[in-house]
Design a binder for this molecule. Structure first.
Ligand code: BGC
Length: 743
């Protein structure tokens, strides 16, 4: 017995050593070797794949996933919206909810709010936090950030983007992307490019001159790719010069992959692919969402019928299309996988952590913009203000649900009223609420239910009378209104119909202004609105869509726990027709071919050129303290191409509160051979100052900040001659200047 046992043990030992020896003799394949360079892993995996396996990885297998290579142990790739939180799980083939109970997320402030912080550290915090949530939810690609330029205040998706200035959008996108990708999750920068309207987003054919393309609409994408190192880019729905964004030769092959040397994957917008040949040849790498209507048409074999599925395979087999193009796509897809799903060192992430809640509140508080504050209405003076009336539907309406693909299912959402009530209770301040108006009462989006019943049958007169009554008896009145992510009110797929506030809001505000001289209007929106009542309303706050912590972040600012430091990432025009995109008289939204006649004169560049007054300029935002700017200086009066210029300014907090100020640097090129804007943003820094404290803020200007895109030569040109640096608190509040020349 003993002998037999010994024999068995020694046989086991022999077998084990045999396995080990075998294992030693066959090292893992290169593509599975975490220490091998990614390019070697890519080539190794590619060399092992069959044609069918290659075809499989370049198109979707479900609403949000594409296959891996099961035979080789390469996992699937999972995408998620984006860009403000992680979208709840939908059914395999449908937009409807999958009904999971573990997919509630933290909603971060909308990207307009992030841009309004003008704080790169907030963008990094945002990227890291949302990347952790994506990672925890086992997503590989986050569909965001969106960096399309704010061309008109009617565009439905402006709230998902970062404003009208390419430099600001680029600077804020870069840390967001890096933060996401540190988690082993790819950012997917969207929507490349020229996706500036919703109504005809699938059919509008945009044309514009190359200066506008290169100077206004592309720089944020370029920054995202070249400096942010984005691992994926989403093609846009619209056409550019007759070709859809998802397979546009010039945009993708020539510019993105050519000029910017993008080595990642181009992912189609959902349903944005329209041709096998163009998709094959013009740089699309993964096709998603074709038949986005829930696949009613495609039934069981829908994914096989995608443009980059069976039709592509057949075209390769018949020699009509080349396998070389397919290999390039597969390389890019594999590179994306090795960076994300196959990254064996990635962290595990976290969902709805206290840190994420704190990040959402902090970013929200920093993004809120104090537009107007006459007579010191804000912050609420707790010693004098014993009773606050809060009026308006947006004080209670859940705003994380709705708006399109960025709609979320949240673990918690603090409404403005709840935030104000909680803070007021701590100060012993009484809060009364009145609805004021009825706007959008829907409480569900794509199957996510808010659980709110906002229906109210009262007439406009009754609602206004109740609001006025509440306001009369209060020491301060906070009206919370704006837009609301329902159709035509900041929403994907439906542009706004006018610049005006919807519903009866203007009449409510006017009625409140008659009975209260301590009225603050708080706008929850991602777009500029007209303010016909502006002269009779002492305080106006732009509070954006702030996500899970909306109410707390707002209360922080209203009660002065946080001193506002946000600045506008876009201009508020007085009238829609003042907006450069509308000034030419062309109707918006527009179907068929459209030409961006305003060229580079978008946003403040256009308002300044036309000399039209605006309601609130780009870069504007007040504080509860005051800042003095002095001694704008440059380190030399002449620079040569390739040299840099240092610009310094002393900024002093001359008030009594600790606060941050966004110091903005613009460049003017008064004598240029091509028309140029009066000034262009080329630098900004956010500086935190204690009362009385002074700091020197320094900027470095290089010739790229002086250049324009010469469309005759097809290159960036810094033209010799005189330039001016302008340093200020907004595009319209320049506090100091200095001249220099480029030799
Ligand atoms: C939107 C994208 C989104 C995608 C997936 C599309 O309709 O345009 O922004 O990422 O759907 O939901």
């Amino acid at each position: 017995m003993i002998t037999r046992l010994l024999n068995a043990a020694s046989m086991l030992a022999l077998t084990l050593s045999g396995i080990c020896a075998a294992a030693q003799q066959t090292p893992p394949p290169v593509y599975l070797d975490r220490n091998a360079p990614i390019e070697e892993r890519v080539e190794d995996a590619l060399s092992r794949m069959t044609l069918d396996e290659k075809i499989a990885v370049v198109h979707a297998q479900s609403k949000f996933s594409s296959p891996g290579v099961p035979r080789l142990g390469i996992p699937e790739l999972w995408c998620t919206d984006g860009p403000h939180g992680i979208r709840p799980e939908v059914l395999w083939d449908e937009w409807e909810q999958a009904g999971w109970t573990n997919d509630s997320c933290t909603a971060f402030p909308a990207l307009t709010a992030l841009a309004a912080t003008w704080n790169r550290d907030m963008a990094a915090l945002y990227g890291r936090s949302i990347g952790e949530e994506a990672r925890y939810r086992r997503k590989d690609v986050l569909l965001g950030p969106g960096v399309n330029i704010y061309r008109t205040p009617l565009a439905g998706r402006n709230f998902e983007y970062m404003g009208e200035d390419p430099y600001l959008a680029g600077e804020m996108a870069v840390p967001y992307i890096r933060g996401v990708q540190q988690q082993g999750v790819a950012a997917c920068v969207k929507h490349y490019a020229l996706n500036n309207e919703e109504t005809h987003r699938h059919t509008i054919d945009v044309d514009l001159d190359d200066r506008a393309l290169y100077e206004i609409y592309l720089p944020a994408f370029r920054a995202a790719v070249e400096r942010g190192g984005a691992w994926s880019v989403m093609g846009s729905y619209n056409l550019y010069r007759g070709q859809h964004g998802c397979h546009n030769k010039r945009l993708i092959n020539d510019i993105l992959k050519g000029e910017w040397a993008f080595d990642g994957a181009v992912i189609s917008d959902w349903g944005g692919t329209h041709s096998t040949r163009e998709a094959a040849q013009n740089g699309l790498d993964i096709e998603y969402g074709t038949w986005t209507d829930g696949l009613t048409e495609g039934a069981g074999d829908a994914y096989d019928r995608y443009f980059l599925a069976e039709p592509y395979r057949q075209a390769i087999l018949s020699g009509e299309l080349s396998e070389r193009d397919l290999d390039d796509k597969v390389r890019r897809v594999l590179r994306l996988m090795f960076r994300t799903s196959m990254n064996m060192d990635k962290p595990f992430g976290s969902l709805c952590s206290q840190e994420h809640t704190a990040a959402a509140r902090r970013i929200g508080g920093e993004g809120i913009v104090l537009l107007r504050n006459e007579g010191g209405v804000l912050p609420l003076d707790q010693s004098k203000c014993r009773r606050v009336a809060v009026i308006g539907e947006n004080a209670v309406k859940m705003m994380t649900v709705g708006g399109g693909s960025s709609s979320l299912k949240v673990r918690h959402e603090c409404s403005p009223l709840e935030g104000i009530e909680a803070r007021a209770a701590r100060a012993g301040v009484e809060v009364v609420y009145a609805r004021g108006y009825v706007g959008d009462v829907t409480g569900s989006y794509n199957g996510v239910e808010t659980g709110q019943d906002l229906s109210d049958q009262r007439s406009e007169q009754e609602l206004i009378a109740e609001a006025v009554e509440a306001a009369r008896s209060a020491d301060a009145v906070i009206f919370v209104g704006g837009l609301n992510k329902s159709d035509h009110q900041d929403s994907e797929g439906a542009d706004r119909l006018s610049l005006d506030l919807p519903y009866a809001q203007n009449r409510v505000i006017e009625a409140l202004a008659e009975v209260s001289d301590r009225l603050a209007v708080v706008l929850v929106s991602g777009n500029a609105v007209a303010m016909p009542w502006i002269d009779s309303v002492p305080a106006v706050v732009e509070a954006w869509y702030l996500g899970s912590e909306a109410g707390n972040a707002l209360a922080d600012v209203l009660f002065g726990d946080v001193t506002p430091s946000g600045k506008l990432p876009f201009t508020f025009p007085v009238r829609l027709e003042d907006c450069p995109a509308h000034a030419g008289g062309e109707a918006f939204p527009h179907d068929g071919k459209t030409y961006y006649a305003e060229s580079i004169f978008v946003g403040y560049r256009g308002y300044e050129r036309a000399g039209v007054p605006v309601l609130f300029p780009f870069g504007h935002g007040l504080s509860y303290t005051t800042f003095d700017y002095s001694d704008v200086r440059i380190d030399r009066r002449r620079i040569k191409e390739g040299e840099t210029l240092t610009v310094s300014v002393d900024v002093t907090n001359t008030g009594s509160r600790a606060a941050s100020e966004v110091v903005q640097l613009y460049i003017a090129d008064p004598s240029s051979s091509l028309p140029r804007p009066q000034k262009e943003l080329k630098g900004f820094e956010k500086v935190a100052l204690q009362p009385g404290e002074r700091a020197t803020v320094t900027f470095t200007v290089d010739s790229s900040a002086l250049s324009y895109y010469d469309d005759r030569r097809g290159e960036w040109v810094a033209e010799k001659g005189e330039f001016e640096v302008l340093v200020g608190a907004s595009s319209a509040d320049i506090r100091g200047r200095a001249k220099f020349s480029l030799k």
